[in-house]
Each structure stands twice: as structure tokens, then as C-alpha cells.
Design a protein around this ligand. Structure first.
Ligand code: PLP
Length: 429
């Protein structure tokens, strides 16, 4: 791939990048929404809802058909018996986040999984009662954390510690997170941060944060909603205690898709860990003995509550098959180029009206660039929308643009930048 210095603003250059792109054919694996005239829109919103894999419908219909043909027997018959359906994701789910098989289970929604993980891993004592969260965290994470603090009879104003950007800055400095942990480590029960910040697109150095947290005896967990399927992850090696993510953003598994949960193997083997229990967390061999006593299955599976929603889970098979076929390394290489090209073109737009708040180093960002528009941000959004570019707007002034390596092209990045330049400044050259 071309290094930053060798980009060119010519349309022909963008088209050449697409011709050279070894992942270009992945786009045909997805349904791309179209305009009234049948032309595909420029869809830069995969950070919010990923596009539908073409195979998803057939996989859902196969399970509806199994229900029609077999009724209850589909739990144990057919190619993909429902009883063990979640085990279909054991290996591929683990590969996505750099985990061992058994450390990952697909279940529930992200926030539900966060609650389950907090129930197990946030066990405050009078001395160690605080949760460290990043500033401007996704609201649901803040609600979940505050509700657990309150649930233990504690006061969020005392027990919640927030890592914030410095005044006048948008990004949270790693050194500031580390300093907070160094200073308050003995009071911190759990460090909980996102892997990639949903608003700024900043990637946090999860390895370093996990190491520092563990050195101070804190548990450490990550919300990977914007990280999974976007940046490389090695949760097992980083010795992270827990992680949760949703599957409808970069994983393309459909609206409200079944989410993911990681529990490090050292905890998965510990049956004595307190948890909110349900029958699907028990050993499948003995589950139907209907014993009153809860004995958790080893691994992340032991945190399951209910028998899984098969129709909602089926699209995950379509999605993870694509990730397995392409591999995160190849995806990431294209993503770095695609977003680097976007940054290059945005930098050429003159004027003060727009500013990228996402870090400039590719290691510190994923697909997404967050662009602050200094005045009349909604006009820019309107201009993009009127030319069938789908992006996401966060009031008051941030446009999030996510070129996704699985289905976006360099030419789309070029088109987007042209519209932005015409609306916001004068594109030079
Ligand atoms: C998208 C997102 C969520 C959404 O939570 P759901 O439970 O899936 O509705 C939560 N946290 C973060 C950081 C997110 O980016």
C-alpha cells in the first residue's frame, strides 16, 4: 500500500488504488443500499450499523425452515442444532478478539453483558471501591457503571473516577490514564474503558492500560463496541479480565445482533466467582437433569443466562465467515490505507472550518475519522446527504466518517472528500 507521502488527489489515482486493492472483491459479499436511480450510496456508517452480508438471509431462513419442519426437534437435529448453536462461534469469535476458544461467548446485548461482567468483576470493598471510566464514555456504559455503584450502596460521586482530556483537548492522553491509575490504584476495583472511543475514534493502548491496572491490583475490562472487527486485539495475551462488544457495527451482524463477551481463562476456570446465573450457564450434558444447584460450565459459556435467540444469531454466521475468510491482518492493512487516504484528502481542504479530532497516527485510530465542523455543521451534513453519502452526526458539531475496508472503496473516499471540500473550503490542486 502507498505510504502517506505518495498519495495523489487525482480521481485516476483513487481508481488505481481500487484496482490494486486485493480486498476489493469483498464488497460483493454485501448488499450496498441504493439511491432512487439504483446507484449505490456512499455508506460510511459501518461504525453505527454495518451492512448486510449477502448470505445472512439464507442462514436466517434455514433456521425458520428448521422450526417449520422440525419444531422442538430442531434443538438436536438438522445441520446446526439449536442446543449447541452458540458453540458455532467459539473459534471464530475468539479469533476476532485474540482470545482462546472458550474465553468468548456470543450472547445478549452489549449492555446486558456489561452488567453481567460488572456483577462478577466489580466487587467493591471499603478500601477498593472505585471504577475508572473514560470521560465522554458512551452513555450506556456510564449508566451501567453508575447503577452498579449505587447497587452496592455507594455514591457515584465518590466511587466513579473519570479519565478526561486536558482542557482544550479532545483526546485522552495515555500518560494521564496511567498517572490516574498510579495515583489511585489502591482504591480502584475496576478500570473500564472503551477500546476505541465512539466519538473521537481514538484507540486506547489496551495493552499498556491493562498492564498498569493489573500492576496495581485492579481488574481491567474493555468495551470493544468500536474496536471489534476494526482494530487488531489480543485480549488473552494482554491479560484483560473481561470485555464486551456488540455485533451490529463493524461486525455487520444486523440490528440488535447478539453481542460478545470475553472472560479471561483464569476466571473462566473459577467456578467460585460470583455471577448472575441462568440455566444456559450450566454444563449442557447435565442441564436437563434440572438440578437446583447452579454449577457453571467452564469458560465464558458459564455466564450465559438463557437459550439463545437463534434467528438473531444466524446472521453472525454470515458475518464471522467473512472475517475468517479475510483475516484481521489484511483488513487492518487496507483500513490503514483507506483512512490514511481520507486524512490526506481532508488535509488538502483549506480553511479553518473543519478539523479532524481523531489521532493522526494510524496506530491510534481505526477506520473512523471524526471531523469537527466549526459552524453550520448541519449544512455540511445536508450537503453530504443530498449527494447520497451516509455519515453520522453527533451534536453539536462532529461528523463521524467510517470507511470500512470490507465494503468501501478509495474512490468513495475521494468522492466524499470532494463534497466536503466544495462545502467547507476550497480543495487545493
Ligand atoms: C454502540 C455502543 C453501545 C450500545 O449498547 P447496546 O447495548 O448494544 O445497545 C454501548 N457502548 C458503546 C461504547 C457503544 O459504542
Amino acid at each position: 500500500m502507498t505510504a502517506g507521502g505518495q498519495w495523489s488527489p487525482e480521481e485516476s489515482f483513487a481508481l488505481q488504488l481500487d484496482r490494486d486493492d486485493r480486498l476489493a472483491s469483498c464488497r460483493t459479499l454485501f448488499h450496498i443500499p441504493t439511491r432512487a436511480d439504483g446507484q449505490p450510496v456512499v455508506y460510511f456508517c459501518g461504525n453505527s450499523l454495518g451492512l448486510a452480508p449477502r448470505t445472512a438471509r439464507a442462514l436466517v431462513e434455514a433456521e425458520v425452515s428448521a422450526w417449520e419442519r422440525l419444531g422442538v426437534d430442531a434443538h438436536f437435529k438438522d445441520e446446526t442444532p439449536w442446543y449447541s448453536y452458540h458453540e458455532l462461534f467459539r473459534e471464530s469469535g475468539a479469533r476476532l478478539v485474540g482470545a482462546l476458544p472458550g474465553e468468548v461467548v456470543m450472547m445478549n446485548g452489549l449492555t446486558v453483558n456489561l452488567h453481567l461482567m460488572l456483577a462478577t468483576f466489580y466487587r467493591p470493598t471499603p478500601a477498593r471501591h472505585r471504577i475508572l471510566l473514560e470521560g465522554g464514555a458512551f452513555p450506556s456504559d456510564g449508566y451501567a457503571v453508575r447503577s452498579h455503584i449505587g447497587h452496592h450502596g455507594l455514591d457515584p460521586t465518590r466511587s466513579l473516577l473519570v479519565a478526561r482530556p486536558r482542557p482544550g483537548e479532545d483526546l485522552i492522553r495515555l500518560e494521564d490514564v496511567e498517572a490516574l491509575i498510579e495515583r489511585h490504584g489502591r482504591e480502584i476495583a475496576l478500570v473500564l474503558m472503551s477500546g476505541v472511543h465512539y466519538l473521537t475514534g481514538q484507540v486506547f493502548d489496551m495493552e499498556r492500560i491493562a498492564a498498569v491496572a493489573r500492576r496495581h491490583g485492579c481488574r481491567v475490562g474493555f468495551d470493544l463496541a468500536h474496536a471489534v472487527g476494526n482494530v487488531p486485539l489480543r485480549l488473552h495475551d494482554w491479560a484483560v479480565d473481561l470485555a464486551v462488544w456488540c455485533s451490529y457495527k463493524y461486525l455487520n451482524a444486523g440490528p440488535g445482533a447478539v453481542a460478545g463477551c470475553f472472560v479471561h481463562e483464569r476466571h473462566g476456570r473459577n467456578a467460585a466467582l460470583p455471577r448472575l446465573a441462568g440455566w444456559w450457564g450450566t454444563d449442557p450434558e447435565s442441564r436437563f437433569l434440572m438440578q437446583p444447584e447452579f454449577v457453571p460450565r467452564e469458560g465464558a459459556d458459564g455466564w450465559q443466562l438463557s437459550n439463545p435467540p437463534i434467528f438473531s444469531m444466524a446472521p453472525l454466521r454470515a458475518s464471522l465467515a467473512i472475517f475468517d475468510g479475510v483475516g484481521m491482518d489484511a483488513l487492518r492493512a487496507k483500513s490503514v490505507a483507506l483512512t490514511g487516504y481520507l486524512q490526506y484528502l481532508i488535509d488538502r481542504i483549506s480553511g479553518e472550518r473543519i478539523e479532524t479530532i481523531t489521532p493522526r497516527e494510524s496506530a491510534a485510530r481505526g477506520c473512523q475519522l471524526s471531523i469537527r465542523v466549526r459552524d453550520r455543521a448541519r449544512d455540511v451534513l445536508k450537503a453530504l446527504t443530498s449527494e447520497d453519502v451516509v455519515v453520522d452526526f453527533r451534536a453539536p458539531d462532529v461528523i463521524r466518517v467510517a470507511p470500512v475496508p470490507l465494503y468501501n472503496t478509495f474512490h468513495e473516499v475521494w468522492r466524499f472528500s470532494g463534497i466536503l471540500g466544495r462545502t467547507c473550503g476550497t480543495a487545493t490542486g
